[in-house]
Design a protein around this ligand. Structure first.
Ligand SMILES: NC(=O)c1ccc[n+]([C@@H]2O[C@H](COP(=O)([O-])OP(=O)(O)OC[C@H]3O[C@@H](n4cnc5c(N)ncnc54)[C@H](OP(=O)(O)O)[C@@H]3O)[C@@H](O)[C@H]2O)c1
Length: 290
């Protein structure tokens, strides 16, 4: 019963997404938010809206947000932002809890696991309403293709099989660089994006930031990437028009603050009003800063 009702409500939300936002809250209940429909839309949809009451989702146990790579630079910020919004968070990465000495770290459930082998941890997916993947990396072309592509595709497949509704992948902007430059990195990213579009046509969101700045923790060290990133972001933020300039345009993609990326990722994970598809850096800024 609850499943059918939730599905009906979910499809209703899809239809009404231009004007209404439907959220799966962390108690597993679906609810409506943010009503600014035009009067025409209101009269078209009002009958359906009246009959759509908040209902339980397909499983009352789907209460959690799963952050893949929650111990990394972007992942820690995503975890912190999710806690700030009162969401119960599980992070999965190979080494478990990071060495950051901040109180919020104790409020995350840290699970050790490898994306290449979801079998040991895929049970967690049954308790999850949304996944945010912050797993990626650099190295040889082969290694980059595997970690950015294969590892993420394996997690996307596992989440889809487990019935997870929304999936957010932190990918990367294409700077229009020659194809041989970081070939494996971009091949991996594009392969994972294709898998996400195919497995999550209604709930897959791909964030494509350029350089991300903030404070990166490396062991006990804190690297203040914002010293370079913040002024560059300020200079390039309002220069969207320049990104169409032939040859150099894409190099002018502004850096973005890691907290902005984290907020945009969380919104994409919990808010059905965020449509599936790609979010470029300007989309990330719009979503993350408001
Ligand atoms: N930083 C930037 O400027 C930037 C810009 C654009 C896009 N991005 C993208 O944003 C994402 C996050 O970047 P980041 O800088 O936060 O990376 P990061 O700091 O290197 O974090 C990577 C995370 O992935 C985990 N991980 C790596 N391999 C794994 C595996 N096989 N199974 C499970 N977990 C694994 C790591 O933890 P363990 O090592 O413990 O497993 C870590 O938590 C990446 O996809 C990156 O390409 C970053």
């Amino acid at each position: 019963m609850a499943t059918r009702a939730a599905l009906r409500y979910y499809h209703h939300c899809q239809r009404a997404a231009r004007s209404w936002s439907c959220t799966i809250n962390h108690n597993g209940a679906a609810s409506r938010l943010l009503s600014t429909p035009s009067s025409a839309e209101q009269s078209q949809d009002s009958g359906k809206l009246e009959e759509a009451e908040p209902v339980e989702t397909d499983s009352q146990d789907r209460t959690k947000l799963l952050v893949l790579g929650g111990s990394g630079f972007v992942g820690t910020n995503v975890c912190r932002e999710a806690l700030h919004r009162g969401l119960p968070v599980v992070s999965l990465n190979r080494s478990g809890m990071p060495s950051i000495k901040e109180p919020w770290v104790n409020n995350i459930t840290w699970v050790r696991g490898n994306l290449f082998d979801p079998n040991p941890w895929k049970e967690i997916l049954k308790e999850v309403s949304a996944v945010i993947s912050c797993v990626g990396g650099f190295g040889s072309n082969e290694a980059m293709k595997k970690i950015n592509g294969d590892a993420n595709i394996s997690a996307i497949n596992a989440a889809s099989e487990a019935g997870v509704k929304r999936y957010v992948y932190i990918s990367a902007a294409d700077f229009g660089l020659p194809r041989f430059f970081m070939r494996g990195y971009y091949e991996g990213k594009r392969a994972a994006e294709a898998a996400l579009r195919s497995k999550f046509p209604y709930g897959g969101v791909i964030l494509k930031p350029g350089f991300i700045h903030g404070t990166r923790h490396v062991g006990e060290l804190q690297i203040p990437l914002s010293l370079i990133g913040a002024p560059l972001e300020l200079a390039l933020r309002n220069a969207k028009g320049l990104s169409g300039t032939p040859l150099i345009g894409q190099l002018l993609i502004p850096p973005v603050k890691v907290t902005t990326v984290a907020k945009a990722a969380i919104r994409s994970a919990i808010d059905n009003a965020v449509p599936p598809g790609d979010l470029d850096v300007w989309g990330i800024i719009r979503l993350g800063d408001h």
